[in-house]
Design a protein around this ligand. Structure first.
Ligand code: ADP
Length: 330
């Protein structure tokens, strides 16, 4: 395409701005090349435009200069627009990948159910074979070969159960958080942006407030966003019966004692009853018909792996508050 344009541009008179068609080359390149590749193509187009200007035999020189300048501007502007658009697409792609990672937390519940099933099967087998073995031994005379078979089945079932438990253990061995020093306000803004669709759909207003001069926090950004997302999704569900005009989530980040930074999420939902309060962070504690009671348990283990603390409280005028702390930079 570039060669074609170059030849046409060189053959055509200087009055004809064939080089403008290089913008198509740039746009085409932006579709599948990375930034550097697009820049290389754009620079080649610029060079070819200038070269063909000098090689064009016929036409008015002044018109040629103007056409050449217009073509160069068009190439540069198109390159700039194409690159900014593709970086926006990349950012969107990244946000989607993050959301997918967060969605994995939801599948934890399903995973637990399937593990329970996998362990339960060999255990049932152990009981059945154990009973059969007892019967073979109690027979007159005892049927030792059959009893031995039953014992072998018990051993193989027990090994199966043990290998499932082994796999779960290696899965749940929490990798050390990949912590770095992050800006708390950025973490909060990103998670609000990610949950925007869900919040809008439930007509929930969000207010965020971050103290000035907050220190950076030591955090694995994705994991802390999982914690915030869990808390926000719970708040959304808790406000299902709150009148539309009072549905609000407030996210605050402030300095906490001992160099820690405190994140607080407040809602106007149904609140947490005193007898439920002690167990909200325990696994499998849920008041929802479809709930697994895993979200807050995972959140607690994430925050504690970061050296922080997480807790909940009830608001006097209704609603719940969730707080957690992360280490701040001195
Ligand atoms: P799940 O959402 O699957 O029930 P979680 O561990 O996230 O699991 O939450 C455990 C329980 O804590 C919920 O079932 C709910 O009863 C209670 N809870 C959590 N957040 C709130 C909130 N913002 N308001 C009222 N209750 C809440």
């Amino acid at each position: 395409m570039m060669a074609g344009i170059f030849i046409a541009d060189t053959i055509a008179d200087l009055e004809i701005a064939v080089a403008v068609f290089y913008v198509a080359v740039v746009l085409f390149a932006a579709g599948f090349l990375r930034t550097r590749g697009v820049l290389a193509v754009a620079v080649s187009c610029v060079v070819l435009t200038v070269v063909s200007f000098f090689f064009t035999p016929a036409g008015a020189y002044e018109a040629g200069i103007i056409n050449c300048a217009i073509s160069l501007c068009a190439i540069v502007i198109t390159t700039y627009l194409a690159l900014t658009k593709s970086s926006a697409i990349l950012a969107e792609h990244e946000a989607r990948t993050q959301l997918a990672r967060l969605a994995r937390v939801n599948s934890l519940g399903e995973m637990t159910a399937s593990i329970a099933h996998e362990v339960n099967q060999p255990l049932t087998g152990v009981i059945t074979s154990g009973n059969a073995g007892l019967r073979w031994l109690a027979a007159e005379p005892p049927n030792l070969p059959k009893a031995r078979e039953a014992l072998k089945r018990i051993i193989s079932d027990a090994n199966r159960a043990s290998s499932v438990v082994g796999r779960v253990r290696s899965l749940s061995r929490r990798a050390e958080p990949k912590a770095g020093w992050l800006d708390a306000a950025v973490i909060v803004n990103e998670i609000v942006a990610l949950s925007r669709g869900e919040l809008d759909q439930h007509r929930i207003a969000v207010r965020t407030h971050t103290d000035d001069d907050l220190p950076l926090v030591l955090a694995d950004g994705v994991q802390i966003q999982q914690v915030l997302l869990n808390i926000i999704l719970n708040a959304i569900e808790a406000m299902a019966n709150t009148p539309d005009d009072q549905r609000e989530i407030v996210i605050e980040v402030s300095r906490h004692d001992g160099g820690f930074v405190q994140f607080s999420v407040t809602d106007n939902g149904r609140g947490i009853s005193p007898d439920q309060m002690g167990g909200v962070f325990e696994a499998f504690q849920t008041t929802k018909p479809e709930g697994m009671g895993i979200g807050l348990a995972v959140s607690r283990s994430i925050v504690e792996a970061h050296g922080g603390r997480i807790w909940a409280s009830s608001r006097r005028d209704g609603g719940a508050e969730f707080h957690f702390t992360l280490r701040g930079q001195n």
